[in-house]
Design a protein around this ligand. Structure first.
Ligand code: ADP
Length: 209
């Protein structure tokens, strides 16, 4: 019987894999934060047992990232299924932060929608409380992120998506995700002018070919 196994990839393979990586900007909106859908790293009934043990092992790390001890908790199993996306949520330092948004900043983020009749209420909504800003990294992560988030209007979001599971109103749809690679680039530059920490999980070769 074979007793030794390895899925190590060569440096060249790894470089090719990273070349195909995308980044996307994900934000938990104020309603998601206020509703406790972004939670502390302490065990909660909402957390699956495997996730809770992971949180335990990450607790110190998370406290370092966020003084408020906030940790991302949307649909852990959904995110676990997507492998590295889940891990990247724990990206160090500036890849994840809790911030209050100024009006002018919110107007800049949603500048493309400035002519829409709901622009004013959208800006009020986004500045109404702190948000959790994140960068996710992965293959096709822009499209994958949008799939996990679901349709803009929760009434049309499929069950199993974040908006489908957690939201009812279009103006309270709990989460934002970049809609294209180009807008992701702009949004990451806007929200993380300090840059983000690049790192790669050791699970990489188990998730990516
Ligand atoms: P998405 O967030 O899915 O990319 P859009 O960029 O079109 O969608 O809209 C940005 C945000 O504006 C939506 O997430 C939602 O909060 C809000 N919004 C969009 N359409 C409406 C609407 N018709 N009425 C009120 N708010 C809306």
């Amino acid at each position: 019987l074979r007793s030794s196994f390895s899925l190590a990839t060569s440096a060249t393979d790894r470089n090719e894999a990273s070349a195909a990586m995308e980044q996307t900007f994900i934000m938990i909106k104020p309603d998601g934060v206020q509703r406790g859908l972004v939670c502390s790293p302490f065990p909660s009934p909402l957390i699956s047992s495997s996730f809770a043990s992971f949180i335990h092992s990450s607790a110190l790390h998370c406290v370092k990232i966020l003084p408020t001890t906030i940790l991302f908790l949307f649909s852990p199993s959904t995110l676990e299924k997507k492998g590295e996306i889940f891990l990247v949520i724990f990206v160090r330092r500036s890849g994840l932060k809790l911030v209050g948004v100024e009006r002018s900043f919110a107007e800049k983020h949603y500048a493309d929608l400035s002519a829409k009749p709901f622009f004013g209420s959208l800006v009020e909504y986004i500045i109404s409380g702190p948000v959790v800003a994140m960068v996710w990294t992965g293959k096709n992560v822009v499209v994958t992120g949008r799939k996990i988030i679901g349709a803009t209007n929760p009434a049309e979001s499929a069950p199993g998506t974040i908006r489908g599971d957690y939201a009812i109103e279009i103006g309270r749809n709990v989460i934002h995700g970049s809609d294209s690679v180009e807008s992701a680039r702009k949004e990451i530059a806007l929200w993380f002018p300090e840059g983000i920490s690049e790192w790669q999980s050791n699970l990489h070769p188990w998730i990516y070919e």
